[in-house]
Design a protein around this ligand. Structure first.
Ligand code: MTE
Length: 323
C-alpha cells in the first residue's frame, strides 16, 4: 500500500499462493478427497446461506444468518480471492503474507475493551459480543485505496447496535478502534512498517450508519485470521484501510482520533477516506479499479456506489480537503 504503485493485478497473483494456514487442517482430512476438493479446489460458488458449503473444514459455521436487504447482488469474489489476497501488515507487506503467516494469531480467547465517553465501559468477551447481536450476511463491494476491489459476503452486525449498547455520552463525537499488539502472535510488528498498534476512527454519525458493520465472519464461517479474526470493522463506502482488523479496543472520544495511515503519510491518506474517483491519490488515479479476478478495469463510483445512502453525511464538506 505504501511502497508499490498499484499495477494491474496479474492472474498469477490471485491464484492460490497458499493454503499454508490451513495445511494442517487439510492434512487431517486428506483421506477425504471430497472435503479437500470442496474446500481447496476452484472455490465453490456461494449459493446462499442455507446451502453454505464448507470453505475450511475446520472453521466454525455461523448458522441462521439473516439476509440483509443492504447487500449488493453483484457476483461474489471466490473464497480463495478473499482469503489469499490481503492487506494485514502485522503479518507482512506481501498480499500473500497474511494467509501464509496469520496462523500464529489466536482469536480465542479474545476480549474487547470498551472505554471513554460511555456509560458502560468494560472488558467484553467475544463470545458474549457475538451472542448479543443477531448475525446477518452482508454482501458488500469493497474498494482498496490501491485501486482493486472485491465483493465479499461478510457476516456481522451493525456497529450502531454495538455502540448503543455501551451508552455513549453526548461528549462522544468519534469512535476509535485499536488492533492487538503482540509480536508473538503478529510477527510483522517486530518491523517498523507501521506505527503499531494499527488505529482507525469514525465520526459518530458514520459509526451509526446502517451500512457500517462489525464483521465476525465471511462466507458463512467465522472470520479467517488473515481477514481480521475475530472481529473487524467494515465500512463499504470508504477505502479498505478504514476496515481495521483484529480489534481489541473501542473508545468513545471527544476529538478526532489520528488514524494509522494518516499518521504514516498525511499527504496521501486522510481521516475520511471516502471512495472518490474525482480525487486522485498523489501517486495514481482513483478513477478506475480492477475487480480481482476480472481482466478489464471498471469505473470507480463515488462513495464506492453507496452515494445514495451516505452522501448526505458529508453535505457541505469539501471532500478534496477532507479526504
Ligand atoms: N487492519 C490492520 N490491523 N492492519 C492492516 O494492515 N490493512 C487495511 C485493512 N485493515 C490493515 C487492516 C487495508 S489497507 C485493507 S485494503 C483491508 O484491511 C484489507 O482487508 P481484507 O484483507 O480482509 O480484504
Amino acid at each position: 500500500m505504501l511502497i508499490k504503485k498499484p499495477v494491474d493485478v496479474r492472474e498469477s497473483e490471485v491464484t492460490p499462493q497458499s493454503w499454508y494456514v490451513r495445511r494442517r487442517e487439510f492434512l487431517q482430512v486428506a483421506g477425504s478427497t471430497a472435503v479437500a476438493v470442496a474446500a481447496g479446489a476452484a472455490g465453490p460458488l456461494f449459493s446462499g446461506t442455507s446451502t453454505v458449503l464448507a470453505q475450511n473444514p475446520a472453521a466454525q459455521k455461523l448458522e441462521n444468518l439473516r439476509k440483509s436487504a443492504l447487500s449488493t447482488d453483484e457476483k461474489l469474489n471466490s473464497y480463495r480471492d478473499v482469503t489469499t489476497y490481503n492487506n494485514f501488515y502485522e503479518f507482512g507487506l506481501d498480499k500473500g503474507d497474511p494467509a501464509r503467516y496469520a496462523g500464529s494469531l489466536k482469536p480465542r480467547p479474545w476480549s474487547v475493551v470498551v472505554e471513554g465517553q460511555c456509560g458502560k465501559p468494560g472488558n467484553y468477551n467475544i463470545e458474549d459480543i457475538m451472542k448479543w447481536f443477531p448475525l446477518e450476511e452482508r454482501i458488500y463491494r469493497m474498494r482498496c485505496v490501491e485501486a482493486w476491489s472485491m465483493v465479499i459476503p461478510w457476516v456481522g452486525f451493525p456497529l450502531a447496535d454495538f455502540v448503543k449498547r455501551f451508552e455513549p455520552t453526548s461528549k462522544a463525537k468519534f469512535v476509535k478502534f485499536t488492533t492487538l499488539v503482540d509480536t508473538k502472535q503478529m510477527p510483522g510488528q517486530t518491523e517498523p512498517a507501521l506505527p503499531w498498534p494499527y488505529v482507525e476512527g469514525l465520526r459518530m454519525d458514520e459509526a451509526m450508519h446502517p451500512l457500517t458493520i462489525m464483521a465476525v465472519g465471511l462466507y458463512g464461517e467465522v472470520l479467517p485470521n488473515q481477514n481480521g479474526a475475530p472481529i473487524r470493522l467494515v465500512v463499504p463506502w470508504k477505502y479498505g484501510f478504514k476496515g481495521i482488523k483484529s480489534i481489541v479496543r473501542v473508545s468513545f472520544e471527544e476529538s478526532q482520533p489520528m488514524n494509522t495511515w494518516q499518521r504514516m503519510r498525511a499527504d496521501e491518506y486522510g481521516f475520511y477516506a471516502n471512495v472518490n474517483p474525482a480525487v486522485d491519490h498523489p501517486r495514481w488515479s482513483q478513477a478506475s479499479e480492477r475487480r480481482i479476478g476480472e481482466f478489464f478495469k471498471r469505473r470507480t463510483l463515488p462513495f464506492n456506489g453507496y452515494a445514495d445512502q451516505v452522501a448526505s453525511l458529508y453535505a457541505g464538506m469539501d471532500l478534496r480537503r477532507y479526504y
